[in-house]
Design a protein around this ligand. Sequence first.
Ligand code: RTP
Ligand code: MG
Length: 179
Amino acid sequence: MKKLFIILIAITIIGMTTKLIKIFSIKNDLTFAIIKPDAVLVKNDDRIIDMIKQHGFKITHMKKIKLTKKEAETFYTVHKNKPFFCKLITFVTSGPIIVMVLKKENAVQNWRKLMGATDPKKAKPGTIRQLFGTNITSNAVHGSDAWQTAQQEISQFFPNLIANPKQTINTNKQRNNIQ
Ligand code: RTP
Ligand code: MG
């Protein structure tokens, strides 16, 4: 009886540990990215997607959408009191965007490194914003700033993903949703 109890406890501990390891690895692996309207408009999306893949990111989810004002305000709610908020909402709703979930180790930091500084003029050579951004508003791409933010942002656009991390979709088909 005592042996059975010990075995049951051991199974429970192993199960919980496996779950924690899974959650931890997902946490470090995923981030949320957007190719913004300026880059989509001038058809730089393919070149940006190539760069993303060349830098070792896997695009696990991707779709082309157009944000409503309400969706954009929810997404950028953290900036609602900033002087640039109105300009930002007008810009980000001005045309189709491509929303993506990217997978790589330390995805949040690595994606922000590849994006470059917010202002393309200050972005390091070879970064996406330096190559494809125009100014501090029209800066080609977005990236989550922390895992908690990534989780929120992924949930806004791919609501089932955090609960079912193994779920996959045909990214090419989804990408062509809006022309
Ligand atoms: P993002 O959230 O889009 O990845 O950009 P970020 O972290 O590099 O910069 P953040 O401070 O979060 O700003 C969000 C977006 O607002 C626009 N912005 N305009 N001074 C300005 O006019 C100004 N500052 C920021 C940019 O589109 C920026 O990406
Ligand atoms: Mg930001």
